[in-house]
Ligand binder design. Structure first.
Ligand code: COA
Length: 319
């Protein structure tokens, strides 16, 4: 069977790291409140010389190096972002140009915090259909540019960064991406959205969120889609080596793991040092755990995410 196997991972963070104490000088908040309600201690914030495209390119370079291939071997780039460098062209084409890839297919996918899961399913489908052999799948964001820095209920939650993987078509049954499941429910647009856009206000807009409601939906939807995807491959939660979740809030990670009877030691947590980097958070967490040696070849992974839309999804991967 033709499968998409993860050859390598990479990630990139802006140079500037911002603590809760630093934010408390800007808005009426405290390190204690942020840590207790979210588990977040630090986030990286892009400087003037750093963009979604530049972070994505750095992450992609590292993934290509880890994969042991040449950039020219890539024939597909799918980049998930809600904070593109330009309204168009796609940020994926900026990455392509920066990597000096002469010809390939390159486009962006927009599903906010679930964007990486959406991009993964798109790339996996194109690889399994036989149209492509080596794909870069990237999640990259600069949410600091759309956060309302006057709104303490949201500005403390987000950070910037990028993560990338290289997928390669290989033959085999129990390896690579084994199953993906995606969902969307557009009725919940008003719970998490940006109040601007090219076709409505003509402005970029700022992020707005009803955090408590989002929290409630997140735990229910994430547990359900993880169970649904595990049922496709026939694995039990006990067989899972690592959960690589979207990093929105430590309490969401705990509550979701509890619902699946997964011990917290099996959950990769980076929300404390990255905060919520939207589409970048799953590949950033994946790369972190691959590079620190926790995730090893042969491990069974569950990737999951939920975000604005709402959109949500999960993937079962034999790394
Ligand atoms: N510092 C201090 N106090 C704050 C604060 C901050 N940064 N942000 C909010 N508060 C206050 C509120 O004003 C409120 O005060 P009040 O009771 O006097 O009105 C109080 O803290 C509780 O607010 P509430 O929103 O009920 O807190 P919460 O426990 O629901 O936590 C979130 C808020 C945002 C951390 C939480 O709801 C959450 O994580 N939601 C999911 C967000 C998410 O993951 N979004 C992305 C999904 S992709």
């Amino acid at each position: 069977m033709r499968r998409s196997v993860i050859l390598g991972t990479g990630s990139a963070l802006p140079k500037r790291r911002v603590s809760n104490a630093e934010l408390a000088m800007r808005v009426d908040t405290s390190d204690e409140w942020i840590v207790e309600r979210t588990g977040i201690r630090f986030r990286h914030i892009a400087g003037d010389d750093e963009t979604t495209g530049s972070l994505a390119t750095d992450a992609a370079r590292r993934a290509i190096e880890a994969a042991g291939i040449d950039a020219a071997d890539i024939d597909l780039i799918v980049l998930a972002t809600a904070t593109p460098d330009q309204t168009f062209p796609a940020t994926a084409t900026r990455v392509q140009a920066a990597l000096a890839i002469d010809d390939c297919v390159a486009f962006d996918v927009g599903a906010v915090c679930s964007g990486f899961l959406y991009a993964l399913q798109v790339a996996d489908s194109m690889i399994r259909a036989g149209a492509h052999t080596r794909a870069l799948v990237i999640g990259a964001e600069t949410f600091s540019r759309i956060v309302d820095w006057e709104d303490r209920t949201t500005c403390v939650l987000f950070g910037d960064g990028a993560g990338a993987i290289v997928l390669e078509a290989q033959d085999g049954d129990d390896r690579g991406i084994l199953a993906t499941r995606l969902h969307a429910d557009g009725r919940h647009n008003g719970l998490l959205y940006v109040d601007g856009g090219p076709s409505t206000t003509g402005t970029v807009g700022k992020l707005r969120m009803k955090g408590r409601e989002v929290f409630r939906h997140a735990v229910v939807n994430l547990a359900a889609v993880m169970n649904e995807t595990l049922a496709v491959t026939g694995h039990t939660p006990e067989q899972v080596d690592w959960v690589v979740p979207h990093q929105a809030n430590a309490r969401i990670l705990d509550a979701t793991a509890r619902k699946l009877n997964l011990p917290p030691e099996k959950v990769i947590v980076t929300v404390d040092v990255h905060a919520n980097t939207s589409a970048a958070s799953v590949p950033l967490a994946l790369d972190t755990a691959v590079r620190d040696g926790r995730i090893r070849r042969g491990n069974l992974l569950v990737l999951e995410a939920m975000g604005g839309g709402f959109t949500w999804g999960a993937a079962i991967v034999r790394y």
